[in-house]
Design a protein around this ligand. Structure first.
Ligand code: BGC
Length: 807
C-alpha cells in the first residue's frame, strides 16, 4: 500500500480513489471521434471473403469476451472511470445489420452473469478471463442455426509487470483452443477477433488453414469498442488500420528475446535492428504479418503522381491513390527508404513518412504529398567509422525511395543520391555505454549477392568526463533581492520571472522543485496524480497557483467520469494524424472542464519486445511513426492551453524491475531508435512538460540523467519546458559530486520536479536533502533558481489563462 517513502503507492491510490463523481456529459462530437479512432485502429489480418458480413447472415458469437470485453489494459494508463462502455455484444445488438443467434447469446449472458471476473489488484490483474466451457452438441446446434461464427479472444496487459510466455497471456489457453477447434469443426465460416492491447502469439492461425476465414486485431478500443467492431464487421466502415509492429511467427524470433526482462540490466544487443528493421534485414521468413500491414474491403492503386522533388533539405513524394474497388475506403500511403550500407551498416528498409487518404469513393482518386527531411535518412556515427564521431551523417550513395502498402510490399519509385559523405549535424558524445559494461552489438554487412549478413562488434564506450561537462555548464546565479513581489506582476508583464525568483526564500524555492507529496493532492481535482507549483501557502499567497497533473494515455484518471479513449496502440494503428489530433483536442478541452493542467500522456516508448506490459499504451516499434503520432496527440492536447507530458524519457522498454533495471545500449541505438520519436515530438509540438523514466539508461536513472536531459533534450533539441520525474524516485548520491544526494542530484541533472513529491526528500537538514546539499556547498543556488524559473514559466502559462472551447 505504501512505498518506501511512506507515501500512498499506486495500489493504495487506486483503492482510495474508488469514488466516482460526475461532471457534465461528453459531447456527441467527442464520442464520435472516440468511435472513429477505435474503428480506424482495427487491423484486418485475414479475409477470405467472409467480411463484411452479409446483412441476413445469422451470426453465432463465441467467447465470454463478447460481454466481458477488455476496453483497455490495467494500470495508470487504463484506470479511467468511464461513463459507459459498449461491449462487443452491445455493439452488435445495437446495429440492425446483425442477425444474432439469440439462444447462444443467452447462454453466454447467463454464464457471464454468474462468473463475474475478478479484476485483481495493482500488478496482479488478470491477463485473461477463463472461458465458458463448450461442448460439441452446443456448437453443433449453433452451427445448424447460423451461417457464420465469430470467436472472440481477449487479453489484458498492465503496468509494473510483463505479459508472460504462458497460456492466458502471450499464448492461447487450452479452453480457447478447444473453442476454436469446436467452432472451426462445425462452422463453414469463422471470423476470429482479438481484443488485446499487446500483440499475442498468432502462430496457431495457420494450423487452422482455411478454417479461419477472417482475422481481426481490434486492439482495445476504449468505451466505444463494441460500436467500432460492429462498424467493421457490418461493412459500414472499410478497415484501414495497419500494424505498428511486426508480428513474428514465434516469440523467440524477436531479436530482443534473449535480452529482455533482466533484473539488473539488459544489453540492447540488437542495436538499431528493432522490429521490422531486424526482420526485413535478416529474417524475412519468420514474419507472419509485417509492419504496416492491414487489409481493406476495397482495393487501392498508388503510384507517383509526379517525379519526386529533392531540394536542399527536403524530399517531396507526391502519390496518387485511386480506389479501384467497390466500396469507399481510406488508404495509408507508406513511404520507405533503403539506405546504402556504407561503413556503418543500415537496416534494409526504414519508414520515411506516411499519410492517410480521405475517404475515397470507388474510382475516386486523391493526390497526397509525403514530405520528409533528407536528414531523416541520416545515421548516427557513434564509433567514428566515417571519420566523424558523434555526428549524424548521410553516407554517400543512392537512397532508394520505396512506396509501400506495408514494409514488405514495397516498390522503388525513385532515389536520392548523396554524392559524398555529408555531415548533417556534429554533436558531442552523450550517454555512451560505460566501459565496464561494453557488449557486442549487431551490425549488418551485405554479401556480394545482396544478402544481409549478421555480424557483431563491441559497442563504443564513454570517453567524455561527465563531471567536467557539468562543471563547464553550470548556470549563472540570479542576484537575490529582499523585495516582496507578487506573481500577478509577472502575469501583467511588469516584472520578469527572474525578478520574482530573485525574491524567493529557500523554502519557496525548494517547494517549486517537488510536488505536494501525495497523489490525490487536496490542491487539485479529486483523484489527481499529484500537484506541483504553488504547493505551499507562501507561494500561493504570492499568486503561484498549484498545477494539477492527471493520468493518462487512455483518458483522464480522476474521480470524475471521463472519456475512455482507445489504447495507444489502437490510436497509432489508425495512422490518421488529423483524426488523432482532433480526438486529443477534445481531450484537451476535457482537461479544462475537469480541472487538470497536465495530462500525463502520451506514453511513447518504443515497443522493443512484445512482452512489455505497457506496450498497449505505446504506439509502435518504429520511432518515426511514434514521433508523428505523439506530435498529433500533443498538439491536440495543448490546443486549449493545457499541457501534455510525453513519457517515459527514455528506454522504459520493460515493466518488471523497472526501478532497478539498466537499459544498456549504444549511443547510435539510443539516438536512432529510442530518442528519435521524442525528438520529433519535442521539436514539432513543444510539449510543456515531459516525464523521465524509472529505469537507468547506461548506468544512470532517468531522473538523474544529466546527459539525457541537459545535453540532449535541452542542449541539442532546445527543449524549454518542465521535466518531471516518474512517480517517486530512487535515493542516490551523485557519483561525481558527493555533496549531491537525491533532489540535489536530480536538480543538477535538469530534472525540475519530483512527483508527486516525497517526504523523505523534504528540506529538513541532515538527511541528504536539498537544503543540506546547498548549505554544505553542493548544489548551487543558481541551479535551484533555474528549476524555479522553469516551473514558474508553466505557472505563468496557466495563469495567463487557458482558452475555453467555443466550438
Ligand atoms: C507511471 C506513470 C504515471 C504515474 C502517475 C507511474 O507509476 O509509470 O506513467 O503517469 O505513475 O500515476
Amino acid at each position: 500500500m505504501t512505498d518506501q517513502t511512506g507515501m500512498l503507492s499506486q495500489e493504495g491510490f487506486i483503492k482510495a480513489n474508488n469514488q466516482t463523481l460526475k461532471l457534465g456529459e461528453l459531447s456527441p462530437e467527442y464520442i464520435r471521434a472516440c468511435r472513429d479512432a477505435a474503428t480506424e485502429g482495427i487491423v484486418l489480418l485475414e479475409n477470405k471473403g467472409v467480411l463484411p458480413l452479409l446483412v441476413d447472415a445469422k451470426l453465432s458469437v463465441f467467447g465470454r469476451i463478447q460481454y466481458d470485453y477488455f476496453y483497455v489494459s490495467y494500470g495508470s494508463g487504463g484506470d479511467v472511470k468511464k461513463p459507459y462502455a459498449i461491449s462487443l455484444m452491445d455493439g452488435l445488438k445495437a446495429n440492425p445489420h446483425f442477425n444474432l443467434n439469440d439462444k447462444l447469446n443467452e447462454i453466454y449472458e447467463k454464464w457471464c452473469a454468474k462468473n463475474i471476473p475478478d479484476e485483481g489488484e495493482w500488478g496482479t490483474w488478470p491477463t485473461h478471463f477463463e472461458e465458458m466451457p463448450l461442448n460439441d452438441a452446443l456448437v453443433k446446434e449453433a452451427a445448424a442455426m447460423s451461417d457464420v461464427a465469430l470467436v472472440v479472444i481477449g487479453r489484458s496487459a498492465g503496468e509494473d509487470r510483463e505479459s508472460l510466455l504462458a497460456p492466458g497471456s502471450f499464448y492461447l489457453t487450452d479452453s480457447e483452443l478447444e473453442m476454436l477447434n469446436l467452432v472451426t469443426d462445425h462452422f463453414d465460416q469463422v471470423v476470429v477477433l482479438i481484443d488485446a492491447g499487446n500483440t499475442i502469439d498468432l502462430s496457431w492461425v495457420k494450423n487452422y488453414g482455411d478454417k479461419i476465414d477472417a482475422l481481426l486485431y481490434a486492439w482495445q478500443g476504449g468505451m466505444e469498442s463494441g460500436n467500432a467492431v460492429a462498424d467493421i464487421l457490418s461493412g459500414a466502415v472499410s478497415p484501414s488500420g495497419k500494424l505498428t509492429s511486426t508480428i513474428a511467427q514465434h516469440y523467440e524470433d524477436y531479436p530482443t528475446a534473449r535480452n529482455f526482462g533482466g533484473e539488473v540490466f539488459n544489453n540492447y544487443a540488437e542495436d538499431i535492428y528493432v522490429g521490422y528493421r531486424y526482420f526485413e534485414t535478416f529474417a524475412k521468413e519468420v514474419v507472419l504479418y509485417p509492419f504496416g500491414y492491414g487489409l481493406s474491403y476495397t482495393a487501392f492503386s498508388a503510384s507517383l503522381a509526379e517525379p519526386i522533388t529533392v531540394d536542399a533539405n527536403q524530399v517531396l513524394v507526391p502519390i496518387k491513390v485511386t480506389n479501384k474497388g467497390k466500396v469507399p475506403g481510406k488508404h495509408v500511403v507508406q513511404v520507405y527508404y533503403s539506405a546504402p550500407q556504407g561503413v556503418l551498416g543500415k537496416p534494409a528498409v526504414e519508414l520515411a513518412g506516411f499519410t492517410k487518404t480521405s475517404l475515397l469513393a470507388p474510382d475516386e482518386s486523391e493526390v497526397v504529398m509525403i514530405t520528409f527531411d533528407k536528414t531523416l535518412m541520416a545515421s548516427y556515427d557513434d564509433a567514428g567509422k566515417t571519420g566523424h564521431k558523434s555526428a549524424w551523417v548521410l553516407e554517400a550513395g543512392d537512397y532508394e525511395i520505396l512506396l509501400g502498402g506495408d514494409v514488405r510490399r514495397v516498390e522503388p519509385i525513385g532515389k536520392v543520391t548523396v554524392e559524398a559523405l555529408k555531415i548533417c549535424e556534429q554533436l558531442t558524445e552523450a550517454v555512451a555505454v560505460e566501459p565496464a559494461h561494453a557488449f557486442d552489438r549487431l551490425v549488418a554487412s551485405q554479401a556480394a549477392d545482396g544478402r544481409f549478413v549478421q555480424a557483431w562488434e563491441k559497442t563504443p564506450v564513454r570517453t567524455v568526463n561527465l563531471k567536467e561537462r557539468i562543471l563547464a555548464n553550470l548556470p549563472a546565479q540570479i542576484a537575490t533581492t529582499e523585495a516582496d513581489l507578487h506573481f500577478d506582476d509577472v502575469v501583467s508583464g511588469k516584472i520578469t520571472i527572474k525578478d520574482f525568483v530573485a525574491t524567493l526564500n529557500m523554502d519557496e524555492l525548494e517547494a517549486l522543485t517537488r510536488g505536494d507529496y501525495i497523489m490525490n493532492s487536496p490542491l487539485g481535482a479529486p483523484g489527481n496524480a499529484g500537484t506541483f507549483g504553488g504547493v505551499i501557502k507562501s507561494l500561493r499567497d504570492k499568486g503561484v497557483v498549484p498545477i494539477t497533473t492527471s493520468d493518462g494515455p487512455s483518458g483522464l484518471r480522476l474521480q470524475y467520469e471521463s472519456a475512455l479513449l482507445p489504447c495507444g496502440t489502437a490510436l497509432a494503428s489508425t495512422w490518421n494524424l488529423p483524426l488523432l489530433k482532433e480526438l486529443a483536442t477534445f481531450q484537451g478541452a476535457e482537461l479544462t472542464e475537469k480541472g487538470t493542467e497536465v495530462l500525463l500522456a502520451p506514453g511513447m516508448n518504443i515497443m522493443r519486445d512484445p512482452l512489455c506490459g505497457r506496450n498497449f499504451e505505446y504506439f509502435s516499434e518504429d520511432p518515426i511513426l511514434t514521433g508523428h503520432v505523439a506530435t498529433a496527440m500533443v498538439q491536440g492536447l495543448q490546443t486549449y492551453g493545457n499541457s501534455a507530458c510525453p513519457k517515459h524519457f527514455a528506454c522504459n522498454n520493460q515493466e518488471k524491475f523497472r526501478n532497478t533495471h539498466d537499459s544498456r545500449l549504444s549511443e547510435r541505438a539510443l539516438r536512432e531508435i529510442y530518442l528519435k520519436g521524442f525528438e520529433i515530438c519535442i521539436k514539432e509540438s513543444n510539449p510543456k512538460n515531459l516525464m523521465t523514466a524509472y529505469n537507468k539508461i547506461n548506468g544512470v536513472w532517468g531522473h538523474y540523467h544529466y546527459e539525457l536531459c541537459m545535453t540532449i533534450l535541452r542542449g541539442e533539441w532546445g527543449y524549454l519546458g518542465n521535466i518531471v520525474t516518474d512517480w517517486w524516485m530512487q535515493e542516490a548520491v551523485d557519483p561525481d559530486f558527493e555533496l549531491l544526494t537525491n533532489d540535489a542530484y536530480r536538480i543538477r541533472a535538469g530534472v525540475d520536479v519530483l512527483m508527486p513529491g516525497g517526504k523523505h526528500f523534504a528540506a529538513t537538514a541532515g538527511d541528504g536533502s536539498l537544503l543540506e546539499s546547498y548549505e554544505k556547498g553542493g548544489i548551487t543556488l543558481a541551479e535551484i533558481q533555474r528549476t524555479a524559473v522553469t516551473v514558474l514559466k508553466f505557472v505563468l502559462h496557466v495563469r495567463k489563462g487557458k482558452k475555453v472551447r467555443t466550438t
